[in-house]
Design a protein around this ligand. Sequence first.
Ligand SMILES: C[S@@+](CC[C@H](N)C(=O)[O-])C[C@H]1O[C@@H](n2cnc3c(N)ncnc32)[C@H](O)[C@@H]1O
Length: 239
Amino acid sequence: MGRYSVPLAPKLADFAAITAAQRVLDVGCGPGALTTELVRRLGPDGVSAVDPSEPFVAAARERHPGVRVERAAAEELPFEGREFDAALAQLVVHFMADPVAGLREMARVTRPGGVVAASVWDHAGGQGPLSMFWEVARELDPDVEDESRLAGARENDLARLFREAGLQDIEETALSVSVEHSSFEEWWEPYTLGVGPAGSFAAGLDVDQQAELRELCRERLPAAPFVLTVRAWAARGLA
Ligand SMILES: C[S@@+](CC[C@H](N)C(=O)[O-])C[C@H]1O[C@@H](n2cnc3c(N)ncnc32)[C@H](O)[C@@H]1O
């Protein structure tokens, strides 16, 4: 999903009003689309990052010397209260075991009046990067567990979670990004890697079913090269 999360990062940073001279925490930094954007705006000294996955932590430390990177989940952040001017989580809330606890922790480590912001792809509204894949998957298997029920993946759900976490002055918006695909194969290839719920679903099919899934997707996409415009829900609130 890096090809979509990279252009999403500056949009989330703008929505959270991240400018120079701020100390910002990147929660669930993962492969680092948002971390890179924050370092560009603030320099490494202004950025801290956490992720529960050790390989992501190691990669972030190597890629961004000077950024403080800790291994931790949002629900238990290893920081004092009010350490940051803002805390952001790009494409992470839906992976949290307890999204309200995670957002409450993000508020705790943010100074009073500082911004907490998060984004999640529009999995439920059919306009996320994986939506077309899941639409076809549901036709082949009506019982498939797609990602539409995940926290924050439908309109107004992030705002509800922010309210439950006690944030103030909450606003929700949709952030759109457009990505060009040079060929159908380039679009399809990530689904063959077994990564995430979509990759697991594809990996669990037999060869014929996988070929059917691939060809149905191919029929629905425009001729290459094509541009897909997708959206994420984003919410911000004040600590
Ligand atoms: C889709 S990736 C997003 C990575 C990054 N924010 C970006 O935009 O490139 C989701 C990340 O959330 C992390 N994650 C999962 N559960 C988490 C939790 N409870 N708290 C913080 N991060 C979590 C995963 O390890 C993964 O790195």
